[in-house]
Design a protein. Structure first.
Length: 124
């Protein structure tokens, strides 16, 4: 990988350029596994919110099989799975197809003006 700012060659495990400190575009690298996962911290906005809650988002890029004591399970590709975690336990999990994930990304990136999102799709 090369730094997009100063063009210096970088070790693959680095997140920032060793020369200029720019964020390296690691998301452009091919995943070494069947999925890519990222964790996001929560912010408590209600007294009952877990101050240490986490959102785990996994994008499944390759189909694969998992062997369990009950048999094998095929995990499909082209979907995104969201899970809400507290400590080492997931409380809620949902998966959406890639096209819905793209709509979600557009929704999150849309500018918000006067309390209304500028996204073109009607809110559900």
């Amino acid at each position: 990988m090369f730094c997009p700012r100063c063009c210096l060659s970088q070790p693959l495990e680095h997140r920032f350029c060793v020369s200029c400190g720019a964020v390296l575009p690691r998301e452009l690298l091919r995943s070494t596994g069947p999925k890519v996962t990222r964790w996001f911290r929560s912010i408590p906005v209600h007294p009952e919110d877990d101050p240490d809650g986490l959102l785990r988002v996994s994008r499944y890029v390759d189909e694969f099989d998992i062997e369990t004591s009950d048999g094998s399970v095929r995990i499909p590709n082209h979907h995104v799975r969201f899970s809400i975690w507290s400590g080492d336990r997931a409380h809620c999990v949902i998966s959406i197809p890639d096209d819905e994930a793209e709509d979600l990304a557009a929704f999150l990136l849309a500018q918000v003006r006067d309390g209304q999102a500028s996204a073109t799709r009607a809110s559900g």
